[in-house]
Design a protein around this ligand. Sequence first.
Ligand SMILES: Nc1ncnc2c1ncn2[C@@H]1O[C@H](COP(=O)(O)OP(=O)(O)O)[C@@H](O)[C@H]1O
Ligand SMILES: [Mg+2]
Length: 236
Amino acid sequence: MKDEPAPLLELAGARAAYGPIEVLRGVDLRVEAGSVVALLGPNGGGKSTTMKVCAGLLPLTGGELRLAGRRVNGLAAEDAARLGVCSIPEGRGIFPNLTVRENLWVATRTGTRLRDMEEAAYTRFPMLGERRDQLAGSLSGGQQQMLALSRALGTAPAILLLDELSMGLAPMIVTQMYDTVAQLVAEGLSVLVAEQFARAVLPIADTAALMLNGRVVSVGTPGEIEDHLSSGYLGG
Ligand SMILES: Nc1ncnc2c1ncn2[C@@H]1O[C@H](COP(=O)(O)OP(=O)(O)O)[C@@H](O)[C@H]1O
Ligand SMILES: [Mg+2]
């Protein structure tokens, strides 16, 4: 018998709710080590909620969240971060009234030194180095996403959760951001990325999952899932 390693991150029959309203209604999803999984589907399907559950930001009401095969239901966001799960929320989660440098500094509370965080960020994105004393809110959308990525990568995560990386960005910038993600994956990172507009992420995805009404209704190669896109409801 072959000994398959457990997926890095796995949801099995995951349920979650906002108050009395159940939003995730039995989500099954696996992210294997070293892979990129694209979570696709129309607005309101439950993609962001899935990301929140994976990051420990919203508790499960049923089913299981597993990290490297271990059941971690109920873990706090800090614990998730310590275990290598790092997330960039929808809207990027940066502080617009702090400078680039101060935004990186806030991210050092997980234990990384500011100097190391800055060096890594400015090496990867020289544009951020040039703007280190500028308010984050004055950066372009693409630069803000670079800052969000730098903050997330400061903790040396094993898996990165990206929610709507492309939102509000020009197509060329989206392509650049996904090139950067592909490079991080080549360096060993695993990624779960939620996108309403699928075209940009499919080229770098190993697996695509289609989410509708709080469930993953189909999983396949990007090519297989792209066939569903022709129906148009995924946009992009
Ligand atoms: N904080 C919240 N409180 C109540 N309902 C929410 C909240 N966030 C999302 N929802 C609802 O949960 C459902 C799924 O939303 P979401 O996970 O954001 O989907 P997606 O990211 O795929 O657009 C939607 O019906 C949305 O209105
Ligand atoms: Mg969303």
